[in-house]
Ligand binder design. Structure first.
Ligand code: PMP
Length: 378
């Protein structure tokens, strides 16, 4: 999330009738015990202690990590806990450094949740359908049962059905908002109901939050000990190639992330690059504004084309559209050198294409190709 975007960034909103005492009480009852959900071998794990873990102070001769003395600065291992980067990121997002885990994309943060909290062959994870595919793939890789609860036809969520899918072995609940591939964000009240009621970890995947009018959950991180907020440098920050994702959570959860992760999971060049990127928040804000204005123009022009049966409302940098023959249109576009995502085989997405919002001229090329497709069929 970009700093300052969304109502909740920074300060939690509370009813004015709450006294400080009743708020504290409420907060305590929401503070769920993390340890009870941690996989027993992870609870007992003595993590690997790297050279940089054991000594991280000042020195002029480094002979502790079997590094080469040649080829500076790449000869040195990176900071295993990314201290500088987390300090900067914490300041920018209004959280504390000990509430941050950094991974090789948010995909790493997703996979590690399974490794921390789920016992293969016993635990289960819950999510909605359709949604981002990696929640299920990571469940399959980790030997964890994955339970999907279908959204309604209009992609709204049956919150009670999601909760009803849980049992004593449910450990994780993934909620992607704005959701991929549907594009909609879920109401704050529904997500809050899941976080406060689900007896396990609730991961809210905010990969697309910068394109949404909805507030980020980062501003309310301190209220919920079982909340994990996933964000990424891959979308609004224009940095999918460097692989950097974030999990924000209570320090108890972040401690487990740090125990389980590879010792040097974020390379030195990526840490340096991300520090530079954080200085460019103004550029990122401009990019997002540009994408949002291209998005609304594109949707408007798209709605005039007879081949488009439905354009789903979007809070993301993509739009899901229903056409009469997704396979034929997809093939036509490929022949024109334009690649979109055919989502036809996905739950509730029959004959649907997912189109990323690119630059204005790219969207114009897509619209021209669509007009040629229509002419060709007549
Ligand atoms: N979450 C969602 C909802 C996504 O759509 C994606 C990427 N398509 C990711 C996470 C993964 O992002 P990253 O590049 O940070 O691994």
């Amino acid at each position: 999330g970009l700093p300052g975007r969304g109502r909740m960034a920074g300060s939690p909103q509370r009813g004015c009738s709450d006294t400080v005492a009743s708020y504290r009480l409420k907060k305590q009852t929401m503070m769920k015990q993390i340890e009870q959900w941690v996989r027993p071998n992870i609870r007992q794990l003595r993590p690997y202690s790297s050279a940089r873990n054991e000594f991280s102070g000042e020195a002029s001769v480094w002979l502790d990590a079997n590094e080469s003395p040649f080829n500076a600065p790449y000869n040195r291992y990176p900071d295993p806990l990314q201290t500088e980067l987390k300090k900067r990121l914490a300041r920018q997002r209004g959280v504390r450094p000990e509430q941050i885990f950094l991974g090789a994309g948010s995909d790493e943060a997703i996979d590690l949740l399974y490794r921390i909290f789920c016992e293969p062959g016993k635990s289960n994870a819950i999510s909605i359908a359709p949604t981002y595919g990696m929640y299920k793939v990571c469940a399959d890789i980790n030997g964890v049962e994955y339970r999907e609860v279908s959204l309604h036809d209009d992609f709204s969520m049956d919150t009670e059905a999601v909760l009803a899918a849980a049992d004593a072995n449910s450990r994780l609940l993934f909620l992607c908002s704005p959701n991929n591939p549907t594009g909609n964000a879920f109401p704050v009240s529904e997500i809050e109901r899941l976080i406060t009621t689900f007896d396990g970890i609730v991961a809210v995947d905010e990969a697309y939050i910068d394109f949404s009018a909805q507030p980020s959950w980062l501003g309310r991180l301190d209220e919920f000990s079982n909340l994990v907020v996933l964000q990424t440098f891959s979308k609004a920050w224009g940095s999918a190639g460097v692989r950097l994702g974030m999990a924000f959570a209570s320090p108890a959860i972040i401690d487990y992330y740090n125990k389980v992760k590879y010792p040097y999971n974020i390379s030195a060049p990526v840490q340096r690059y991300a520090l530079e990127m954080l200085d460019r928040a103004d550029d990122v804000r401009r990019w997002v504004d540009d994408i949002l204005s291209v998005r609304s123009q594109f949707v408007e022009q798209l709605s005039a084309l007879p081949v488009v049966k439905k354009i789903y409302p979007t809070d993301a940098n993509f739009v899901l559209i229903r056409v009469d023959d997704a396979g034929a249109l997809y093939a036509w576009l490929v022949a024109e050198g334009i690649v979109v995502r055919n989502r036809s085989t996905v739950t509730l997405c029959g004959e649907c294409l997912r189109v990323t919002i690119g630059a204005g001229d790219e969207m114009n090329r897509l619209l021209e190709a669509l007009r040629r497709y229509i002419q060709n069929r007549e």
